[in-house]
Ligand binder design. Structure first.
Ligand SMILES: Nc1ncnc2c1ncn2[C@@H]1O[C@H](COP(=O)(O)OP(=O)(O)OP(=O)(O)O)[C@@H](O)[C@H]1O
Length: 257
């Protein structure tokens, strides 16, 4: 897998015989910012867990570059509420030196909060702290699960901008999940629209014209993104399965034009 930090080949994850991630091919290289979008239950977190090595594949392959360092930013900071913990201590628990921790906090703009309790941080400050913890590892690959949760709209744009800057500074690859479609369209290199299988993928400008995008997100979202409606040759039922007039088909049976 030349140049790839991580590569998925026909990755399938099933729970109770139900494919939640269905034959997904994906490659992340240095310099990429790839965003996974899709409805609730589409398999986005399961896919990310497979990349992190936390979820076993039912079939297919996940290959990682040798000695790959991954920095992971989870959806939420979950901590024991009764445990007193300062930002400084939280960072040191990562095993990095005090200097590395301080530099990472500085870079994500929350160094001034070192003595604050992690329990009292705002949503945006927590996300920046989690990003600093991931950054302190000097990752080859940054994996973020909805990094802008609990962050106001200005803060979201700033956070996406920071992620782009970090990609340049670290020369790392970035893969993230996001529901913030407007920001994704503005701030991402490549979008993967997941609904168990990959519905469509490509550059934001292209994907917003893709009928599968409109099919998955509905006309309201599509229109608000000023996308066009094209013919679409399959439909999804409520479970995300591909349905045509002749019945139920496997996810690989369709194409989009
Ligand atoms: N360990 C598990 N055992 C059984 N089912 C699971 C497990 N983990 C996830 N699922 C199911 O797999 C499906 C996909 O879940 P996943 O969390 O990957 O979706 P998602 O796209 O991240 O959704 P959301 O946008 O709501 O966070 C869901 O129906 C979920 O209930």
């Amino acid at each position: 897998m030349p140049d790839s930090l991580v590569q998925l080949k026909q990755l399938t994850v099933q729970f109770d015989d139900r494919p939640v991630v269905d034959r997904v091919d994906l490659s992340v290289r240095r310099g990429d910012i790839i965003t996974i979008i899709g409805p609730n239950g589409a398999g986005k977190t399961t896919l990310i867990k497979a990349i992190l090595g936390l979820q076993r594949a039912s079939s297919g392959q996940v290959s990682r570059a040798s000695r790959l360092v991954i920095g992971y930013v989870p959806q939420h900071l979950t901590l024991e509420a009764t445990l007193p913990l300062s930002v400084r201590r939280f960072m040191l628990l990562s095993g990095r030196t005090a200097r590395e921790c301080e530099a990472a906090l500085e870079r994500t703009g929350v160094r001034h909060l070192q003595e604050a309790s992690v329990h009292h941080l705002s949503g945006g400050e927590k996300q920046r702290l989690l990003l600093a913890r991931a950054l302190a590892r000097r990752p080859d690959l940054l994996v973020l699960d909805e990094p802008a949760q609990g962050v106001d709209i200005n803060g979201q744009a700033a956070l996406y901008e920071l992620i782009r800057e970090l990609r340049d500074e670290l020369d790392c690859g970035v893969i993230m999940i996001s529901h913030d479609l407007h920001l994704v369209m503005a701030a991402t290199d490549k979008v993967i629209c997941l609904n168990q299988h990959v519905c469509c993928s490509g550059y934001p400008a292209d994907i917003s014209h893709d009928p599968a995008f409109i099919e998955t997100f509905g006309h309201q979202v599509a229109e608000s993104l000023a996308v066009y409606h094209h013919r679409h040759n399959h439909r999804h039922n409520l479970h995300g399965d591909v349905v045509t007039s002749t019945g139920l088909h496997g996810a690989g049976d369709h194409d989009h034009h």
